[in-house]
Design a protein around this ligand. Structure first.
Ligand SMILES: C[S@@+](CC[C@H](N)C(=O)[O-])C[C@H]1O[C@@H](n2cnc3c(N)ncnc32)[C@H](O)[C@@H]1O
Length: 187
């Protein structure tokens, strides 16, 4: 069996964690793949709020949700994930961040360190005990390494309050993507 890509590992972590009825956030809707996956995990009684700053991404996500028959449990918000607390109420059971740019679109529109860290703080503040955040950061595009470093610096300030798992393809060198699983410990 081959080693799975980090996108698959993030889905595996989420699939293990999520149950029907959970409320979750897709912090970067993009083409809606993760949104539909999350909506399938939380079932008809759950809810996904998906954020994206680009209108085409929101439209693609709405379309993919309709095609997947999960629109009834998804809200797509055309706004930055840093506004999460304006749109979502606690408790949130999980949040997914798949950072970088929208494939086949404007590579100038990428997630940014300041807003990413603001959104991570917002997600932590909304998270239920035991809640899971996954963050997938790409380091092969301009600004990617800086964003990943900023997240690592933020994680360093939270090691005493969060459980943090880091995963990456070690043999692929310094530009390889990084995946973190961040869990708010149960009391
Ligand atoms: C790698 S793509 C996401 C892929 C997506 N999860 C999927 O399943 O197709 C990253 C997305 O983040 C979006 N983005 C950039 N800045 C953002 C912000 N501040 N808040 C929310 N989304 C943002 C981009 O527009 C882009 O669509």
């Amino acid at each position: 069996m081959g080693l799975p890509p980090l996108t698959t590992i993030a889905h595996q972590w989420m699939a293990t964690h999520l149950s029907p009825g959970h409320q979750v956030v897709d912090a970067t809707a993009g083409n809606g793949h993760d949104t539909v996956f999350l909506a399938q995990q939380v079932g008809a009684s759950g809810h996904v709020t998906a954020f994206d700053v680009q209108a085409p991404a929101c439209a693609a996500t709405r379309r993919r949700c309709a095609d997947g028959g999960v629109s009834n449990r998804v809200t797509v918000v055309h706004a930055g994930h840093e506004t999460m607390r304006d749109h979502v109420e606690a408790p949130v059971h999980a949040a997914m961040f798949n950072l970088g740019y929208l494939p086949r679109h404007d590579h100038d529109c990428i997630t940014q360190p300041d807003t990413t860290v603001a959104a991570l703080n917002a997600a932590c503040s909304l998270m239920t005990e035991g809640g899971l955040i996954t963050v997938l950061a790409y380091r092969g595009h301009d600004g990617g390494p800086e964003e990943a470093q900023r997240i690592q610096a933020w994680l360093d300030t939270r090691v005493d309050t969060l459980r943090i798992l880091q995963s990456h393809m070690y043999s692929s060198g310094p530009d390889a993507p990084l995946l973190w699983g961040i869990q708010v410990p149960a009391a």
